[in-house]
Design a protein around this ligand. Structure first.
Ligand SMILES: Cc1cc2nc3c(=O)[nH]c(=O)nc-3n(C[C@H](O)[C@H](O)[C@H](O)COP(=O)(O)OP(=O)(O)OC[C@H]3O[C@@H](n4cnc5c(N)ncnc54)[C@H](O)[C@@H]3O)c2cc1C
Length: 432
């Protein structure tokens, strides 16, 4: 197989399909190359699709068209110890009406839908094809080679949207080999089925409302957190843990997930549910400092391949950044075609566009978040402090009450120390 296109996109995840769709709608002949049997087959995530304003511009009725599970009407955070938990929750009427603020989705359905929309716009989708290298001519990327099919595709420009381990960006010399484990996390997820009515009753939901909850203190001392998302008639639960901390602990992700699922306060939420599947994937969590070179002669990098993932400790946003960066890369390619200039200098406009967009502004704004998320006390001492303090606040046992300011000081001194608490507060202040 050897064919010529006006642009090649590697990877039919949210970044790649958004890029391919945008270019095809602008009239370009685009190849979208995906290693899976179909887009999304190999993709997993926690499950929370944050609002995709750039895709809403393409599909104003996005929430009616796309295969979404539930819209997120409630979000919560639970601080946990082995014996106690303290839960805070946010709910607002505005997240319960269109345009919704977020949804739960399944990647095999969602990614497939987005790629199919790209195909409807004229994209040539090439499944079951793993890109193994870029084709260079005079040091310019001019195409890709595909494993297995012994094929070669040519185009004056390639968009690397092949995810966190992007071999395309590596082969084009835009990122260094290897990764810093301090900048990577691993996510593990289990899926349980439960009837819709049971999920609605258990989590206080009506219609297609959904609930998203994060857990702190549930990772056996390893830096990371847990999540629970309600789908239509299944529940996604899992953990995201820092790779360096996991390695130092000597534990496996599987051990940690099982321990999490066995917590009594947690098992009741899944009671009656049947385990349907496990999955795992790595996440680029290094933030702004991790972003590689975003463009070169004949090549642009988008989505996770460019480490455009924003893990702030409050939200984990990846898909919305991936899709928006794919669209900005596509707009740059369309301009490059109009001017017949695919040089590094011309493609720099992609970075200029990204810098002006909320994607880079958010990543820059939260560039200190990874430092905050490396404070081990967040995952051990602070959940204990919060739970113990709340127990004292609520306990009535015939002894005089300690005032809340005094209680806070006492707990902070006992559990973390004033100096550490002050330093952690300052780090968090700078990060958030
Ligand atoms: C456990 C976990 C939880 C997460 N939770 C959330 C969340 O709740 N919300 C959120 O917004 N984000 C979340 N993320 C992050 C989010 O999944 C990513 O940021 C997002 O998927 C990036 O999209 P992408 O298109 O850049 O890359 P990907 O989704 O990784 O897509 C890359 C595509 O390229 C294909 N591919 C790879 N290599 C090749 C090759 N050589 N040739 C051809 N095709 C190739 C892959 O098969 C895939 O289809 C989570 C991630 C994980 C792992």
């Amino acid at each position: 197989m050897s064919k010529e296109f006006q642009a090649i996109v590697v990877g039919a995840g949210p970044a790649g399909s958004s890029a391919a769709l945008t270019m095809a709608r602008a009239g370009l002949d685009v190849a979208l190359v995906e290693r899976g049997n179909f887009p999304g087959e190999k993709n997993m995530f926690g499950g929370l699709l944050h609002r995709m304003t750039s895709i809403e511009e393409v599909f104003p009725d996005f929430w009616e068209r796309a295969p979404l599970e539930r819209h997120i009407a409630k979000k919560g955070t639970t601080f946990m110890t082995d014996a106690a938990s303290f839960h805070v929750q946010h709910e607002t009427a505005s997240f319960d009406r269109t345009p919704y603020n977020g949804y739960t989705v399944f990647r095999p359905k969602f990614d497939r839908w987005l790629a199919e929309e790209a195909v409807k716009a004229g994209v040539t989708l090439i499944n079951r094809s793993t890109v193994e290298d870029v084709v260079l001519k005079n040091n310019r990327v001019q195409g890709v080679t595909i494993v297995g099919r012994q094929g070669k595709l040519s185009a004056p420009v390639v968009v690397a949207a092949d995810g966190v381990l992007s071999f395309t960006a590596l082969k084009a010399g835009l990122r260094r080999p290897g990764f810093n484990p301090d900048q990577m996390a691993v996510g593990i997820k289990a899926l349980f089925d439960l009837p819709k009515e049971v999920i609605d009753d258990r989590f206080g939901l009506v219609r297609d409302q959904g609930f998203a909850n994060e857990y702190v203190g549930c990772t056996g001392g390893v830096r990371g957190g847990g999540f629970l998302y309600t789908n239509y008639d299944t529940i996604s639960v899992g953990l995201v843990v820092h790779l360096s901390s996991l390695r130092a602990s000597g534990k496996t992700p599987y051990d940690l997930l099982n321990a999490f699922l066995e917590q009594p306060q947690f098992t009741k939420l899944l009671k009656g549910g049947r385990l349907m599947e496990y999955s795992a994937h790595v996440i680029p969590e290094g933030g702004y400092a991790m972003i590689p070179e975003l463009y070169g002669d004949g090549i642009l990098v988008a989505g996770d391949a460019a480490a455009l993932c924003n893990a702030t400790g409050v939200n984990l946003e990846g898909i919305n950044l991936a899709s928006h960066s794919g669209i900005l890369a596509a707009k740059t390619v369309v301009e490059a075609h109009a001017e017949n200039d695919f040089s590094r200098k011309a493609l720099k406009r992609y970075k200029d566009r990204l810098d002006l967009s909320w994607v880079m502004k958010d990543l820059k704004g939260f560039r200190n978040a990874p430092k905050m998320l490396h404070i081990d006390r967040i995952y051990n001492e602070y959940p204990e402090l919060v739970c113990s303090m709340m127990e004292h606040v609520y306990r009535i046992d015939g002894t005089p009450k300690v005032s809340i300011p005094k209680l806070i000081m006492r707990e902070v001194k006992e559990k973390v120390g004033i100096k550490n608490a002050f330093s952690d507060l300052l780090t968090a202040w700078r990060a958030l």
